[in-house]
Design a protein around this ligand. Structure first.
Ligand code: PGA
Length: 249
């Protein structure tokens, strides 16, 4: 449990770098959104101090807003290009990103699936937690999909802050599926702020349901939840009970 967002980002960055020291050629799955920004800033600072640190890394983008123009600054690809790939000098050969306007979205999913079949599994998957409990665009529903897929976006996702400056409204989502997420060797789930406290409480219950995709993380043996005090602020929430009940750190 971290005191605040800054210490959450520090702790997650320390862990991230430790993983890289053990396996410099790690394949990393990257979430976008507000929560991982602090982590990504710290990774850039670590790279400046040691330019060899991530020089062998490979990267895959977790999801994308389908229908946005390729050069729309609201795309997940643009977010990661400016915050991580450019500052870390990552060449295109070491990145798998989604086209936001693919000619054939199903084909695009198959392309990403093939890339992962060749390069995967993911060593380190960074995740944020949606206000509706989604992971990537694995949205709550009666079913979840294992592989890369075209997702119907929920209203909650369509009001995400990332879209506040988008030139148009996305018409679908493109996302890795729960199968790729759960096959990742290590998962770092970052959760910050009071707006997530109900979802943290839900996660702490240990129950699994497709209506709360994040709950499937209970099926994975190596998830670390980086949570700050505000996110854990629901009165009855007890971090140590969560650790005991779920095996989460
Ligand atoms: P956030 O988004 O980090 O901006 O809260 C997380 C998500 O919606 O998956």
């Amino acid at each position: 449990m971290s005191r605040d967002y800054e210490s959450l980002s520090d702790t997650a960055a320390d862990r991230f770098v430790d993983e890289f020291r053990q396996k410099p050629e790690s394949l990393v799955g990257l979430a976008t959104g507000g929560t991982p920004e602090g982590l990504y800033q710290r990774l850039v600072a670590r790279h400046r101090a040691d330019p060899t640190l991530f020089s062998q890394a490979r990267w895959i983008v977790l999801d994308e807003w389908g229908g946005l123009e390729e050069d729309d600054p609201a795309t997940c690809g643009h977010y990661l290009q400016t915050r991580l790939f450019e500052p870390l000098n990552v060449g295109p050969g070491r990145i798998c990103r989604w086209s936001s306007q693919p000619f054939n979205p199903q084909e695009e999913c198959r392309r990403v699936e093939k890339w992962l079949a060749d390069e995967g599994p993911i060593d380190l998957q960074v995740l944020g937690l949606g206000k509706n409990g989604h992971l990537g665009f694995n949205e709550p529903g009666r079913e979840l999909i294992a592989g890369p897929h075209v997702a119907t976006l929920t209203e909650e996702s369509l009001t995400h802050a990332m879209l506040s400056t988008a030139r148009s409204r996305p018409t679908f989502g493109l996302t890795l599926g729960m199968g790729e997420i759960l096959r990742s060797r290590q998962i770092l789930l970052l959760v910050s702020g009071g707006a997530k406290s109900q979802q943290v409480l839900r996660l702490a219950s240990g129950n699994i349901t497709s209506e709360f995709p994040a709950s499937l993380l209970h099926c994975h043996g190596a998830v670390t939840v980086y949570c700050d005090l505000e996110a854990a602020s629901v009165t009855s929430f007890d971090a140590s009970a969560m650790a005991t009940a779920t095996g989460f750190l």
